[in-house]
Design a protein around this ligand. Structure first.
Ligand code: UD1
Ligand code: CA
Length: 452
């Protein structure tokens, strides 16, 4: 059966108190509406019609990589009016799945089930029983048969006792939908064109209306303010943490772990508290990530140890490497196997060869370090002259004494040594010792000044 999807996302989300449209607020680092689009993409719909209104430019910017049919709803006159904006693009012979843009945790399996329920009926509704249904549309039944949805504001005292509510998600045939939409009016408590009025029309025509439920109420929970945004974020993070633990990752405290992207993991990974993972990250087997680390679009190979408070962004950490505590690996950094970077070391566009070490207080930028080199504490590569960036080469087995400044472009040869405190501006040949600093004088004639 071919089907299309309509996602309602025109509302401003006034209660977010934001200049950004509500549906762009992130859950797990991704706009909430993108979660819905990603889930829908797995269903194989022919078209996704996005009904939008507020924040057109921001939406088009953030969602430009999706294949969407954009339907402008200039004024928000209600959910029925919103779906009407997509009606010209809807085929008579297709089913139309209607979703709301602000319930990002909806699962593929729940939607699959709704779609299969529709196969046995003319219309299928996703409903949920709520302890406190205040504000929601109520599902009115006669016996088992659904006969209408009544909005909270229009409901009688008796109808308000009903706990089965409308999630806003439903599926029906295109021909029926278009016919019912064109018959909507706004004679109701809110003066809006309610999508929910099509249910009563369907029932009156003797159409069969079936309902199905999500596996968990959180899936259909809408976000209207930042308190709900935070609570859905926690629910989402808990779900991801659980999935990782089931894959064999130890999270020392799953409630203090945040994944804002995709994490691919090996086996026997231990992650300490307050670790944030963003973008696309790979962590190999037998690795441990210390407390308070940020891992952003990076790869960490097997048997690596990342100590606390390290930040790794667009970098590759090889097998058996050690990073931190307090290290910062910036974009373009590659650590080859068994290399080590210690506290307060920053690297950018730098390759640290196999077994090489930069253990303390260094900046290495635009640098290539060979194998088995030792970069002493406080070594700085001076890669920038204020206008341009230059490269530094450090050969295999080189030893750079503490507190040296290597002024790029410059190269240090294989097994060369640089004396501590040197400012190196010229090439150092293989096996050579370079000392580039004022020589120490001990003056015996000097007198310490006295207080006058
Ligand atoms: C709607 C349902 C209600 C249901 C509830 C579930 C109707 C009339 N009511 O109520 O039965 O229990 O959702 O959350 O359908 N939107 C537009 N254009 C509009 C109006 C809304 O795009 O003109 C979008 C909103 O951006 C939002 C969604 O539709 O994503 C739902 O709108 P909202 O105003 O939150 O509907 P409710 O009053 O909560
Ligand atoms: Ca709502």
């Amino acid at each position: 059966m071919i089907f299309s999807v309509v996602v309602l996302a025109a509302g401003k989300g006034t209660r977010m108190k934001s200049s950004m449209p509500k549906v762009l607020h992130p859950i797990g680092g991704k706009p909430m509406v993108q979660h819905i689009i990603d889930t829908v993409n797995k269903l194989g719909a022919t078209n996704i019609h996005l009904v939008y209104g507020h924040g057109r430019e921001q939406l088009q910017n953030k969602l430009s990589h999706n294949d969407l049919s954009w339907c402008l709803q200039d004024q928000q006159l209600g959910t029925g009016h919103a779906v009407q904006q997509a009606a010209p693009h809807i085929q008579d012979n297709e089913d139309v799945l209607i979703l709301v843009g602000d319930a990002p945790l909806i699962k593929e399996s729940t939607l699959q089930q709704l779609i299969s329920v529709k196969k046995e009926a003319d219309l299928a509704l996703l409903t949920v029983e709520l302890e406190d249904p205040t504000g929601m549309g109520r599902i009115v039944r006669q016996g088992q048969q659904v006969t209408a949805i009544v909005e909270h504001k229009d409901a009688s005292e008796q109808q308000r006792q009903i706990k089965e509510t409308n999630t806003g998600m439903m599926i029906m045939g295109g021909r029926d939908l278009k016919r019912w939409l064109s018959a909507l009016n706004n004679n109701n408590a809110q003066g809006e064109f309610y999508l929910t009025d099509v249910i009563e029309m369907a029932a009156k025509e003797g159409k069969s209306i079936h309902a199905s439920q999500p596996s968990c109420a959180i899936e259909v929970e809408g976000i209207n303010n930042r308190v709900q945004l935070a609570s859905i974020e926690r629910a989402y993070q808990a779900e991801q943490a659980e999935a990782l633990m089931m894959q064999g990752v130890s999270l020392l405290d799953p409630s203090r772990f945040d994944l804002r992207g995709e994490l691919h993991v090996g086996q026997d990974i231990t992650i300490d508290v307050n670790v944030i993972v963003e973008g696309k990250v790979k962590i190999g087997s037998n690795t441990s990530i210390g407390a308070n680390c940020m891992l952003i679009d990076c790869e960490i190979a097997d048997n690596a140890v990342i100590h606390a408070n390290s930040i790794i962004e667009q970098a590759i950490v090889g097998e058996n490497c050690s990073v931190g505590p307090y290290a910062r690996l910036r974009p373009g950094t590659v650590m080859k196997e068994k290399s080590r970077v210690g506290n307060f070391v920053e690297m950018k566009k730098t390759t640290l060869g196999k077994g090489s070490k930069a253990n303390h207080l260094s900046y290495l930028g635009d640098t290539e370090v060979g194998e088995g080199a030792n970069i002493g504490a406080g070594t700085i590569t001076c890669n920038y002259d204020g206008m341009n960036k230059f490269k530094t080469f450090i050969g295999d087995g080189a030893f750079i004494g503490s507190n040296s400044a290597l002024v790029a472009p410059v190269s240090i040869g294989v097994n060369a040594t640089v004396g501590a405190g040197s400012v190196v501006t010229k090439e150092v040949g293989d096996n050579k010792l370079a000392i580039a600093r004022a020589r120490q004088k001990n003056l015996s004639s000097w007198q310490r000044p006295e207080k006058s």
